[in-house]
Design a protein around this ligand. Structure first.
Ligand code: GTR
Length: 463
């Protein structure tokens, strides 16, 4: 059966006809892009157009009950039991029945609809410095446009070791702009709203300035990553969707404005950021310097939640690294850790991160028809590494280990008999199983030492 037209056809939105642009036939309910390798004819020439195939049409989502009508489930629900009680016993049924059901549930009740892939992506190389990092690597920045002029542009900063062999690549969003990660004067300074308090942000205007150049180079230590033999690609999350509620800008501005109540499952900010990761991947899989089969998505905190969601919804990503992602990421919503961030708090303080339906669970998380182990399980059999810090109980380090453990039965369907450590690993010891875990001393931050751990894990799973 063909699916119904996308929800927002007829509105001035991204998937609606607009001034001479082709309307996409892709469907916001569609499953992630099929694995593909697009050929990029001429990198380095001014503009390159990458024709992306439209997403595969799928059945419309089933009608789900209102949040308060859902049954109460006290513990982490069994990932291998469908909503109708069917027990899943093999990989095929997991892939054909349960995994799609979970993807629908996560969209409807938590992150909002998975947006379609744009039909046309244009990549323009803004600059390329082949003598960066003491001559050891190349630094480039690529501007990605998706079609209609009101769509924000994404600036992808790519650092790669020099050499002819395609290398594995880390990819993910950053918090304050690419320019904070290197002092290189050609790197783009965001024109979108940036959070106050980041280096070089003009007081009162939320504008980024050149003052910030290189001031957060430790969070994505480009040279260190390049010297360990990996490429790294990152973009400012606010290029896609600035991190603030109640303002329709970024990609949200391209959606129809809801009259009256907010649609319960409108695409929320974390889903848009994940969508941005997928658009970065669209480019990376065409890049001859990068091995399309060896991509690891990384993000910290709210962007760690993003990394996990991006990995779950795009199987072109080979390894998933949510760093200190906590509630809404690799931390359970049914938390047993009194120091961890609860759903009630996160949906009150950051209502825009999740769709309206998710707020309904603030007072009773037992009604959530899934938990975060199901999001990890959607990634199976791909490796997922949850990294943490002892002083960061807000991100629920022990709860994250419970989540990995609860996802393990799905990994076992793929033949991995020991996908996760048997007990919470010691501080400072990397448990490098397919469901990997690491906790260090210290606080909530992403540091060069954390990147050493990401690289060790990638050395195991991406080599
Ligand atoms: C906190 C939030 C966390 C985490 C963190 C961050 O305020 O409660 O869920 O996302 O922000 O992103 O740094």
């Amino acid at each position: 059966m063909r699916h119904p037209p996308p929800l927002w056809v007829g509105f001035a939105g991204p998937f609606a006809p607009h001034g001479g642009y082709t309307i996409t036939t892709s469907d916001p309910f569609a499953s992630p892009e099929p694995t593909m390798r697009l050929s990029l004819a001429a990198i380095g020439v001014l503009a390159v157009t990458v024709a992306a195939p439209s997403a595969v049409p799928v059945e419309p989502p089933p009608a789900f009950p209102l949040p308060d009508k859902l049954p109460s489930i006290k513990e982490l629900p069994d990932p291998l039991v469908m909503r109708d009680g069917t027990q899943i016993a093999n990989k095929k049924d997991w892939e054909v029945k349960r995994r799609p059901e979970l993807k629908e549930l996560f969209q409807h009740y938590m992150y909002g609809r998975f947006p379609a892939k744009p039909q046309k992506i244009t990549a323009k190389v803004l600059f390329e410095d082949a003598k960066a990092f003491d001559g050891k690597g190349t630094l480039r920045e690529v501007e990605l446009t998706f079609g209609p002029p009101e769509w924000p542009k994404l600036h992808l900063l790519i650092a790669a070791p020099n050499g002819s062999t395609p290398v594995a690549c880390f990819v993910g969003p950053n918090f304050g702009g690419n320019h904070l990660l290197t002092a290189h004067e050609k790197v783009h300074i965001p024109t979108a709203w940036v959070p106050a308090g980041y280096p070089g942000v003009e007081k009162g205007t939320n504008r980024a300035t050149a003052e910030g150049r290189g001031k957060q180079a430790d969070t994505w230590p480009l040279q260190q990553i390049v010297e360990s033999g990996y490429a790294v690609a990152t973009f400012y999350c606010g290029d896609v969707q600035p991190d603030r509620p109640d303002v329709r800008e970024g990609m949200r501005a391209t959606l129809p404005v809801a009259k009256g109540a907010t649609p319960a499952d409108e695409t929320a900010t974390i889903m848009w950021w994940a969508w941005g990761c997928h658009r970065a991947v669209d480019f990376l899989v065409t890049d001859p310097h990068i091995d399309a089969k060896r991509l690891a998505v990384v993000g910290h905190s709210r962007l760690g939640k993003t990394a996990l969601l991006a990995g779950a919804f795009d199987d072109r990503i080979a390894v998933v690294i949510p760093h200190q992602s906590g509630c809404g990421g690799a931390g359970p919503s049914r938390s047993k850790n009194p120091k961890a961030e609860p759903v009630k708090r996160i949906t009150t303080v950051f209502p825009h991160w999740f769709c309206a339906n998710f707020s309904a669970f603030g007072d009773d998380t037992t009604k959530i028809p899934f938990d975060q182990h199901d999001l990890v399980a959607i990634c199976a059999p791909r490796p997922v590494l949850a990294t943490n810090a002892e002083d960061d109980q807000w991100a629920n380090p022990s709860g994250q280990f419970d989540v990995l453990t609860a996802a393990a039965p799905v990994y076992r369907l793929y033949g991995d008999d020991r996908p996760v450590a048997v007990k919470l690993p010691e501080t400072g010891t990397l448990a490098d199983e397919r469901l990997g875990y690491f906790i260090r001393t210290g606080k909530h931050s992403m540091t060069p030492d954390d990147w050493k751990v990401f690289v060790r894990y990638a050395d195991k799973w991406l080599k």
